[in-house]
Design a protein around this ligand. Sequence first.
Ligand SMILES: *Cc1c(COP(=O)(O)O)cnc(C)c1O
Length: 412
Amino acid sequence: MKESDLLNIAQQYGNPLYVYDSEKIISQYNRLTNAFSAVKNLKLNYAAKALSNITILRLMNSLGSGLDTVSIQEVKLGLLAGFKPESIIFTPNGVSLEEIEEASALGVRINIDNLSILEQFGSKHPDVPVCIRINPHVMAGGNSNISVGHIDSKFGISIHQIPHLLRIVDLTKMNINGIHMHTGSDILDIDVFLYASEILFETAKNFKNLDFIDFGSGFKVPYKDGDIETNVEELGNKLSTRFNDFCKDYGKALTLAFEPGKFLVSEAGYFLAKVNVVKQTTSTVFASVDSGFNHLIRPMLYGANHSIKNISNPEGRERYYSVVGYICETDTFASNKRINEISEGDILCFRNAGAYCFTMASNYNSRFRPAEVLWHKGEAILIREQETFDDLIRNQVDVKNLFTSKEKVKVK
Ligand SMILES: *Cc1c(COP(=O)(O)O)cnc(C)c1O
């Protein structure tokens, strides 16, 4: 979508504001599907936690996507958005047996990532098919903060525990219908990913009633010019061939599943914030926007590099800025960033704001979470209203008669 469209939308709906481009989401979905066209049964389960607005979920459902969920609330959101229970997979970690049972009772597929819950669930519900999350101990990601396949990771059942896993399955007579891995949030190296896949195939041979193998996600998308991105076409080529060979040996056309979050929605999102103050100090020029890590925490949490453009002055000469928020904390979005010359009142546009941006927003500093708009077929559609003061106090219990104005706290 064009910068002028974004500027118009900011004028119409105010700021700060999230805008999502449906066309980009659809093209990313199609790109991944096409990359695996050689596989007979492909299923993409969109990872809801990346961007969980119900209208976005409806868009995914309309594309034929399934849904990957990590909490019972995401399961319920998916059902509300019209997903059939069997199109939803519940892939939590560290949640209670009760929560897994609740999801299972709703008819969604269950993915279990530890032996303790597997044993308990299998003993109580031997007839419910279960997928198991394996940790192949392969680090496919570049950033150790977000690579989850390594030996210290809390995610998944270690590949070294397969003998114990098989014992549990055997003793409980439970039915394993899927094998899953999610090795990290950034697949840099396709060969590393394929190596992890071999471990998954090897594991899969232990189970006779599989329906699917789920390769998780971690597709890398570019955040700035020159960034590496996962070559999904090359991965599709290599993994499809290997998968089809495996299915031939296995004797059944299994489903190949992925759970992309970032890949589908990251680049479709734009975050628009207005510059309140341009502040020249002795060491830099700060541009303070009407936002902070309450709305977009990835730069502070992961050091994520979101490109920033001044869409109010796209042709202006570039200068160096430190872009900061208005939160009473260090909330630096970017330092030493070259941005078209900024005046107070200009709208800055943060790219890659589709994944893990709104869903990580909070009310810190008692600020409202922003509105969300979907840009669909040339039309700006409001898909979430900005919060109001009522939202902030909705669940607070204002105990008015607990303290009298005359009460003094006695300190002994
Ligand atoms: C978060 C998550 C995903 C999505 O990861 P992306 O990097 O956003 O594609 C997939 N699977 C599981 C189990 C997850 O927790």
